[in-house]
Design a binder for this molecule. Structure first.
Ligand code: 0O2
Ligand code: 0O2
Length: 206
């Protein structure tokens, strides 16, 4: 298997999506509007993780591209929960890819406590052999959801997916605390945005 050749279109998708999403973020800033996007990250899944997931899903190499939907992954991190829905609406209105599936782990969190909104998209990439449709996953989450997920992810690595039950229980508690933090921040969002508007007005009238 020539992994470099296989992964090349995925590398391109991640790069293109990062540029496009960062472009959306910049436009909000040019217009002095609150950007629903705080930051963007992305990665192509490392080969050992692809093989491990293929094994877990009992996917054969030819079917790999359909079975593993997050070989190309881009993450959009937002300040507030309702920013997530603004981002979702903007993504639904785009014409440069099609949405295959949406997974709402915000209204129905996973057993682990994981919260996030996932969009699985089909993204057309131009290759020297013509257009290739590549499946990619966009994860949209708040800073608090992201903080929880990266810590839980590290622990999963440490314990090889078998997190001890006392730590699992703590993680569930931490997920609830992150959820409460998002709720509390939502309540003062208007205050924060009004302060930002006043700040911009004063700055531009100077
Ligand atoms: P792990 O634990 O093995 O995942 P940049 O130059 O900043 O654009 P960079 O530095 O290569 O890009 O990485 P980035 O985009 O900041 O990502 C940092 C970490 O977040 C990486 O973890 C990625 O695996 C993970 N990550 C980022 N975006 C996604 C995504 O959309 N999906 C998934 N599943 N993971 C993502 P590490 O450090 O490789 O460690
Ligand atoms: P990594 O290391 O981040 O790349 P499905 O076919 O829907 O059952 P799949 O593809 O696992 O299976 O979909 P799902 O559950 O939507 O998860 C896709 C990605 O979401 C994961 O990729 C993680 O990045 C993230 N995710 C899902 N559940 C959790 C969780 O409980 N904790 C954390 N921290 N992240 C989660 P990978 O390939 O599992 O991992």
């Amino acid at each position: 298997m020539n992994w470099e050749a296989f992964l090349a279109p995925y590398v391109q998708v991640v790069e293109e999506l990062k540029v496009k999403l960062k472009g959306m973020q910049d436009q909000f800033e040019f217009e002095s509007r609150h950007s629903p996007i705080e930051f963007i990250t992305g990665r192509v899944k490392p080969v050992p993780s692809i093989l491990e997931k293929a094994n877990r899903k009992k996917a054969d190499l030819p079917g790999l591209e359909d079975e593993i939907q997050d070989i190309a992954g881009v993450r959009v991190v937002c300040q507030f929960v309702d920013d997530i829905y603004t981002v979702i609406d903007m993504l639904r209105n785009r014409k440069d890819f099609t949405i295959i599936e949406e997974k709402d782990y915000i209204s129905s969190k996973k057993d682990s406590g994981y919260r996030s909104y996932h969009m699985i998209i089909s993204y057309p990439v131009e290759t020297i052999h013509g257009e290739k449709k590549v499946i990619a996953e966009i994860q949209i989450r708040t800073l608090a959801m992201n903080f929880w997920a990266i810590n839980e992810h590290s622990l999963n690595y440490k314990y090889d997916g078998q997190i001890p039950s006392n730590i699992k229980a703590r993680l569930k508690g931490a997920a609830e605390a992150a959820f409460k933090l998002d709720e509390e921040m939502a309540k003062i969002k208007d205050e924060v945005q009004e302060a930002q508007r006043i700040f911009h007005k004063n700055k531009s009238s100077r």
